[in-house]
Design a protein around this ligand. Structure first.
Ligand SMILES: Nc1ncnc2c1ncn2[C@@H]1O[C@H](COP(=O)(O)OP(=O)(O)OP(=O)(O)O)[C@@H](O)[C@H]1O
Length: 972
């Protein structure tokens, strides 16, 4: 029992005002009744001049609109020692949170009376209005004025006969923990506030007309126990829906029982402890600091358990003291109110979770932490906060919201969550050992142990991957005609068996092209072509990823696929990310076609890039539209709206991850929208033409980045995979050296270069930037170094190649290097993709520590493409960068290196900053370690789609999928 201060009563009043009525002495009474009681107490002694009119207004309170009630309150507030309603609400302590008020003041005892419960909106009272619909109900429920005054009379009588008000906090009677709200007794029935909340959200689920996902996507304002003020606070921080709020996962968990046993200087540790003191101290006129001392019980070395919040000392524990310090420079930080507000943020007795780097102080068992983060787990007077032994969730703060408050709100939302909110069918959950969605939310926000948190995390990650895979496969199925074809396609993903068409069955043009090659295909090149041609012969559009290490010979495989299509009377498009590469491929293809013999007519091949002169570009577009041009090689220009094809049948996309899903998809529209010309229909006699024309083109995507399987699945979950696993014969391994770029290092490297050039080799020097930069003086620039290198290697001609050069200049620079007119090519990363100069035999990478391992592997792949033994020197500007580069010296396996990069730097870095823009974002999952969950999610998505291609049988899943907006999720 404690004394009810005027402020407490005012606070209770605010609560009542929000609810509109309350229970008094077991009887429901409108708020105005209670208000009148209170007002009479407050204002009669002071003979406030508002007394009369306030009484009148209160009389009509039950019939007032919400706005008028607010006005009423504004008038009543002065009588309650406040400047106004807003002031009452604005006070930190007066947070308009019904649950908090109820937790602390669930009932009022008026003198000898039995406890008067504050209104709790319990749904088991048939008369109780639904708070979710409070807006209308509060205004529309009219209270009989006579009843009002009856109640008023009786209450006022009792009220006036007591000099003090007492309050009984039910939570004082032993509250179980943070997840359990105090139970309140009303009319002899025991109930919890969760019951009420559950029913509010439950009613949404029970509504047969309500779409399934409505629960999670309901606005946050529908959650009981969240006041309007808090609601707008949450909304302004981006928590508009329950989903958003529940998706605010803890950044870590504090283990209330176990902290560190050994404490070493410089370690980053998490402690749970009790605040001993908190002081804001002015050290000088412009320096102040906050010092918080936290006492933590830790186990003596060697003892198993470590740190708890327990008061009792047993033999195996000792207390250590953490001195948390934050310094502030500047006069404005030395003012007392500021320092006071700082020190008040945590008070002596608060149980806190502290993390940061520890440094031992002179006194034994005292440690200092400067860069720390502190979360209040439990106020000294809040006994219900946390149960020991559970991982305690630590929330990242958002928009200045108090993480503890956020945690409390999340807890009340969880309590109100109906059990059946899971769109994923139970058999799938069972198949992959997954928690239900509700359990997962509870497990991640309120785990009883770390294993539960792990399992919950798995479910959340599963969902991230699952909807991505489902979205991609769903989209792919939409583009496929019949049910049988769809089934066939899904089967292919589930059991990827290799189907192939042997070379004898290829069309004449393909066979002749193969014959004309200056080399024979490797076995994996051959099987890749056979596999692709098998796909090309089907009526279902192919969606295949051709993957192989640098220099393995993917280009020729793609050319052969194009020849097969052209040989059957259709067109091919070959899109590459750079102009340089487009020109190179175009020239190579023309060269190869020159040697092709015994074909009725050689296919016409065009080059279309951004630099193609307008007139020429127009002629090419006309040729493509009429069907005169059989194949076009180019950059993004190929997917421009004005480029129309007569009968596009294959789109090859080189370096696929450099293009987004939408860009890739635009080839589909080329056929559907633009290519229905009559030419092919006229030329085709078998009558199938019409159906074939309206089919989307086959897509063959290629990537030289050896993408680990999980990453490939995340990026291209809807694609079949073909891999080239061997290199053309005669390739010699590239000797790789990691060298520190000091004076001796450079001398050594220049010496190696000299030897290479003297023996007829050609050298690339790769730079991270074009021009020297003042901000980064340690980086060498290609353009700036041209003179240095030219002077150093007199008599040897040097070339320069970088992205700022014009297209023809770039082309010319590469041509000169290819022909041997220049022996040294100073270049930026522009040569990274696809540049093929077999005579290049040495590469030097300046500031190599600036590049990712996978990227360096790609760069290194520019040499060693011919018969000559090649070398690659990786110059690091610091000695500390060398160990990472040594990895490349030891391995030339692209997949191994990519995996290492993925683990050490994450997928974004593996793909490069630009490309990683196309990588889907996973808030919780980490591609580098959660690959197995991704595989399971892929399988689950296939299983679901096999059961229902259009997801009609899974409306909840379909709704969830559209909610998650798969396209933006796919990274485009
Ligand atoms: N079977 C083969 N035998 C000999 N040389 C080959 C063979 N296949 C391809 N080549 C040659 O190997 C070099 C690399 O081929 P290509 O450019 O197609 O590789 P890539 O896989 O596209 O490489 P990158 O990933 O670097 O673009 C080319 O000079 C090509 O002529």
């Amino acid at each position: 029992m404690q004394c009810l201060s005027e402020r407490c009563l005012a606070r209770a009043n605010i609560l009542q005002a929000a609810r509109g009525y309350r229970h008094v002495l077991g009887r429901k009474m409108r708020f105005n009744g209670l208000l009148l009681c209170n007002i009479s107490k407050y204002i009669t002694p002071s003979k406030h001049r508002l007394t009369k009119s306030v009484f009148n207004i209160v009389d009509s309170y039950g019939r007032s609109s919400r706005w008028n009630r607010r006005k009423l309150f504004t008038k009543v507030s002065p009588a309650m020692c406040h400047d106004g309603f807003d002031e009452q609400l604005d006070e930190e302590k007066y947070y308009f949170d019904a649950s908090l008020v109820r937790n602390q003041f669930p009932s009022i005892i008026l003198g000898q009376s039995s406890p008067v419960e504050l209104y709790d909106g319990n749904s088991d009272d048939p008369d109780t209005d639904n708070i979710l619909t409070a807006d209308s109900s509060m205004g529309s429920t009219v209270v009989d004025p006579s009843m009002l005054f009856d109640s008023l009379g009786s209450v006022a009588h009792e009220f006036n006969s007591f000099s003090s008000y007492e309050i009984e906090s039910i939570s004082d009677q032993g509250s179980p923990g943070p997840t359990t709200s105090p139970s309140v007794t009303q009319n002899g029935k025991s109930f919890t506030k969760q019951n009420k909340e559950k029913s509010d959200l439950q009613c949404v689920v029970d509504d047969p007309t309500a779409p399934f996902e409505l629960v999670l996507d309901k606005p946050i304002s529908c959650v009981p126990a969240i006041s309007k003020k808090k609601c707008s606070q949450l909304e302004s921080c981006g928590f508009h829906t329950i989903r958003k709020l529940l998706g605010h996962f803890p950044r870590t968990y504090a283990d209330l029982q176990n902290a560190q046993i050994t404490i070493n200087d410089g370690q980053y540790l998490i402690f749970i402890g009790k605040v001993i003191s908190s002081r804001g101290i002015k050290a000088s006129c412009s320096l102040s600091f906050l010092e918080v001392i936290v006492g933590c019980e830790v186990a003596e070395s060697g003892s198993a358990s470590a740190c708890t919040v327990s008061e009792k000392n047993n033999g195996s524990k000792r207390t250590i003291f953490l001195h948390l310090k934050k310094f502030f420079r500047g006069t404005r930080f030395t003012y007392q109110p500021f320092l006071y507000s700082l020190q008040e943020k945590q008070k002596a007795g608060d149980i806190v979770c502290v993390s940061g780097k520890v440094r031992s102080m002179r006194t034994k068992d005292h440690y200092e932490i400067r860069e720390y983060s502190l979360d209040i787990i439990r106020d000294d007077d809040d006994e219900s906060a946390c149960a020991e032994g559970r991982p305690y969730p630590i929330y990242p703060s958002k928009g200045g919201l108090n993480p503890k408050l956020l945690g409390d709100i999340i807890a009340s939302v969880l309590d109100a969550l109906p059990p059946d909110i899971d769109p994923i069918p139970k058999n799938i959950l069972h198949m992959f050992g997954l928690k239900s969605l509700r359990d997962a939310y509870i497990g991640i926000h309120q785990p009883t142990n770390f294993d539960e948190a792990d399992l919950a995390r798995k479910r959340i990650i599963f969902d991230e991957f699952f909807y991505l895979q489902l979205g991609r496969l769903f989209q792919m199925l939409e583009g496929v005609g019949t049910r049988i074809e769809k089934d066939g396609l899904l089967d292919k993903y589930r059991n990827p068996v290799t189907n192939a068409v042997v070379a004898e069955e290829w069309c004449t043009l393909t066979k002749q092209f193969l014959k004309a090659l200056p080399y024979s295909l490797t076995s994996s090149q051959l099987s890749a072509v056979s596999e692709i041609i098998w796909d090309l012969k089907r009526q279902v559009p192919m969606n295949r990823l051709l993957q192989g290490d640098v220099g393995c010979g993917k280009t020729v495989v793609a050319f052969l696929a194009c020849m097969e299509v052209i040989g059957s009377g259709y067109q091919a498009a070959f899109m590459v990310p750079t102009e340089l590469l487009a020109i190179q491929h175009h020239d190579l293809l023309l060269n190869l076609l020159e040697n092709v013999e015994d074909v009725p007519c050689k296919p016409s091949v065009a080059l279309l890039t951004g630099s193609t002169p307008a007139k020429k570009a127009r002629l090419i577009r006309e040729g493509l539209q009429s069907g005169e041009i059989a194949m076009v090689i180019g950059t993004h220009s190929l997917i421009a709206d004005k480029v129309e094809f007569s009968s596009l049948r294959i789109a090859v996309i080189d370096e696929q991850h450099r293009f987004g899903v939408i860009q890739r998809g635009r080839f589909n529209s080329k056929l559907y929208c633009n290519s229905l010309t009559s030419r092919l229909v006229e030329n085709t006699s078998n009558g199938n033409a019409k159906g074939e024309i309206s089919m989307a083109p086959h897509v063959l995507a290629m990537t030289a980045t050896p993408i680990p399987r999980t990453l490939a699945l995340a990026l291209y979950g809807d694609m079949s995979l073909t891999q080239i696993t061997d290199l053309p014969p005669g390739r010699k391994s590239i000797d790789t050296f990691a060298v520190e770029g000091n004076e001796t290092g450079f001398e050594k490297v220049y010496q190696m270069m000299r030897e290479e050039l003297d023996s007829g080799g050609r050298v690339y020097i790769v730079y991270p930037i074009i021009d020297q930069s003042e901000q980064l003086p340690q980086l060498r620039g290609a353009s700036a170094d041209l003179e240095v290198i030219s002077n150093r290697f007199e008599g040897i001609s040097c070339g320069l190649l970088h992205g700022r050069m014009k297209s023809d200049e770039k082309d010319e620079a590469l041509r000169r290097f290819r022909s041997g007119e220049t022996q040294i090519l100073l270049s930026t990363q522009v040569i990274e993709i696809g540049v093929d100069v077999p005579e290049a035999s040495m590469m030097i990478v300046m500031n190599a520590e600036r590049f990712g391992i996978a990227q360096l592997h790609q760069l290194r792949g520019r040499v060693g493409r011919g018969a000559r033994k090649s070398k690659c020197v990786l110059l690091s500007s610091t000695a500390s960068g060398l160990p990472r580069l040594e990895v490349l010296a030891k391995s030339s396996d692209g997949f191994h290196l990519a995996n290492m990069d993925l683990l050490s730097r994450g997928p974004g870095d593996l793909l490069g900053r630009k490309q990683s823009g196309h990588l889907p974002e996973f808030p919780v999952a980490r591609l580098e370690i959660d690959g197995n969950i991704l595989q399971e999610a892929h399988l689950a998505a296939l299983t679901i789609l096999s059961e229902s291609h259009n997801l009609e049988e899974f409306p909840a899943l379909k709704a969830e999928l559209s909610m998650r907006q798969p396209l933006s999720f796919l990274g485009d």
